[in-house]
Design a protein around this ligand. Structure first.
Ligand code: OSB
Ligand code: MG
Length: 375
């Protein structure tokens, strides 16, 4: 059995969010999403999702740079070749091809899905997943005032979410988080995510977070920094979690060597796909460092990949794997992703591949541009 991709069809869809999502670096109201439909020479089809956004405010990549990188460089490297396994696609995309992780990931992860379908196995089992359900956390965007945030956090706990992540930035931080802690009590699993909004000059200010019993502080400093996070971690009791800075397994090695944090958020798109995600997972496991699966406001297609990855054993903290209705009026997959009253999402292990079907009519309706690359 080989993976021999004969065509990759790229399309941009626009999916309106049910409510705008604000992080320290910007607000999103409509998600521009790049979808890939990959066909193997035996006729197997797999959909994948590129997690880049319209603007480069999370990472340098955008859906336009990804479209370029996939059509110009990634697709020509994989089309018309036969790969024994999906990790070989990763290797082919790394050689003398710097960066563009989100573009590479969309292609490589589609390769994993094709291989899983051909093997007659769910994607989760195929990547080595062992869990049948995964604890879910919510990510709450920055709110206009603490009272609004408290209402949203309380509702999230009521729905069953196992972790509440609060987005923060200067001016919307200590007072907001303290209000949630006071309202929800000492047992609530709370964390914050700053998306790079601070510098080391803010240490005294940030120290006030250290008394709020947060399970972690995610990416307080620059998007590409590891060294300064080590300074910060030395002066904090609360674990630092890195997101943006972890672009591959080597950055996790740096993080461990320097003591720059104690938890890793793995987003397969950010690190170039499943092969690299698994390497990070395994490295962290050897170092007793927990990991969890982050989200990028994916459609149900991207969620399928995240759920599969998060079924690996060392994903021991709740993932940002909100059900479809948290973000979308209607998702582009059936069944939509759901979460039970205990905050668990089930891993679809009963059928080969992603475990959800793509609603092609809906995708067609939402498509704003499309082009195909063939071998
Ligand atoms: O930092 O984790 C982040 C969304 C867009 C960009 C960055 C981040 C996020 C989220 C959303 O937190 C998590 C989700 O998809 O539920
Ligand atoms: Mg983050």
């Amino acid at each position: 059995m080989t993976i021999a991709i004969t065509s990759i069809s790229l399309r941009e869809i626009r999916l309106p969010l049910r409510e705008p999502f604000t992080i320290s670096s910007g607000t999103m109201s409509t998600r521009r999403i790049l979808l890939l439909e990959m066909t193997d020479d035996d006729g197997t089809v797999a959909w994948s999702e590129c997690v880049a956004d319209g603007s480069p405010n999370y990472s340098p990549e955008t859906i336009d740079t990804c479209t370029l990188a996939i059509t110009q460089w990634a697709a020509p490297r994989v089309l018309g070749r036969a790969f024994a396994n999906p990790s070989d696609i990763h290797t082919a995309l790394q050689e003398n091809f710097r960066g563009h992780n989100m573009a590479k990931a969309a292609v490589e992860m589609g390769g994993w899905a094709l291989a899983a379908v051909q093997a007659g196995t769910s994607l989760a089992r195929y990547v080595g997943g062992t869990r049948s359900e995964i604890a879910t956390g919510i990510s709450l965007g920055i709110q206009p005032d603490p009272a609004t945030l408290v209402d949203k956090a309380r509702a999230a706990i009521g729905e069953g979410y196992r972790k509440v992540k609060i987005k923060i930035k200067p001016g919307s931080d200590i007072e907001f988080v303290r209000a949630v802690r006071d309202a929800l009590g000492p047992e609530a699993s709370l964390m914050v995510d700053a998306n790079n909004a601070y510098t080391l000059d803010d240490i005294e200010h940030l120290r006030q977070l250290d008394d709020l019993d947060l399970i972690m502080i995610e990416q307080p400093l620059a998007w590409d920094d590891v060294v300064r996070h080590a300074d910060l971690q030395k002066r904090f009791r609360t674990p630092i979690c890195l997101d943006e800075s972890i672009t591959g397994v080597d950055r996790v090695e740096d993080m461990i060597a320097l003591g720059a944090g104690r938890i890793v958020n793995i987003k397969p798109g950010r690190v170039g796909g499943f092969t690299e995600s698994k390497a990070i997972h395994d490295l962290c496991e050897r170092h007793d460092m927990p990991v969890w699966c982050g989200g990028m406001l994916e459609s149900g297609i991207g969620r399928a990949y995240n759920v599969a990855l998060a079924s690996l054993p060392n994903f021991s903290l709740p993932g940002d794997l909100s059900p479809s209705r948290r973000y979308w009026e209607r998702d582009i997959v059936t069944p939509e992703w759901t979460m039970d009253a205990d905050g668990m999402v089930s891993v679809p292990n009963d059928e080969p591949g992603l475990g959800v079907s793509v609603d092609i009519d809906r995708v067609d309706d939402l498509t704003v541009s499309k082009h195909d690359v063939r071998s």
